[in-house]
Write a protein that binds this ligand. Structure first.
Ligand code: URA
Length: 198
């Protein structure tokens, strides 16, 4: 298998779908290439497209705050999206764009090999669970996926649109992050660490 760096390099000049025509740059993913925890959002927005990094706008600030609250550093997790290029005017990605783009995501998951995947919002959750679920019904639950655990939660942008800190969705997001923390604590240590070799 090639490295994450090689995959990101190849993705950077992808022209497999029409979104390549309107993007500033491909937003492949950021953070630890060997993370136990991976976040998957929908697709890059305005600031992500400009900066080349996922979740750097207002939704990203809220994600950072949630990570801080559970004592996890942004640099220690992997963050990416279902699609790697910003759709014009932030419209929803079209089914053929998703189909063309997601081999990059599947490869990124295989290369990073996270134990826990958190899907942010309906779009990423439906994609990963491959079912037309509603985020408010499935959030905070654990779903097995290829030997990993998927935990859906609200998209931070939805919280910001829906009343922010005082909203009931915010309380749900906080509670889901506690579940993420518990799931991380349950990951067995690598055998080398159990033997005290590191
Ligand atoms: N929303 C997303 O789904 N992804 C980002 O990277 C930023 C905002």
């Amino acid at each position: 298998m090639r490295t994450l760096q090689e995959a990101a390099h190849e993705a950077s000049d992808c022209t497999k779908c029409r979104l390549s025509g309107g993007r500033t740059q491909v937003v492949y993913g950021t953070g630890n290439p060997d993370a136990d925890l991976m976040f998957i959002g929908e697709g890059p927005g305005y600031y992500e497209d400009k900066q080349g990094e996922p979740f750097v706008g207002a939704a990203g600030q809220l994600l950072n705050r949630m990570l801080e609250e559970i004592g996890v550093r942004r640099a220690d997790v992997r963050i990416t999206n279902v699609i790697l290029c910003r759709p014009p005017g932030n419209r929803d990605p079209m089914p053929d764009e998703v189909e063309t783009c997601t081999p990059w995501l599947r490869e990124q998951i295989a290369l990073v090999d996270p134990r826990v995947i958190v899907t942010l919002g309906n779009f990423a959750t439906r994609f990963m669970l491959d079912k037309p679920v509603s985020i408010s019904r499935v959030r905070g639950q654990r779903f097995p996926f290829d030997g990993r655990t998927v935990i859906p939660t609200f998209h931070p942008a939805a919280i910001l649109r829906g009343g922010g800190e005082a909203s009931t969705q915010m309380a749900a997001l906080r509670s889901d992050f506690q579940e993420i923390k518990r799931a991380l604590a349950e990951i067995p240590e690598p055998v080398e660490e159990q033997l005290g070799l590191f």
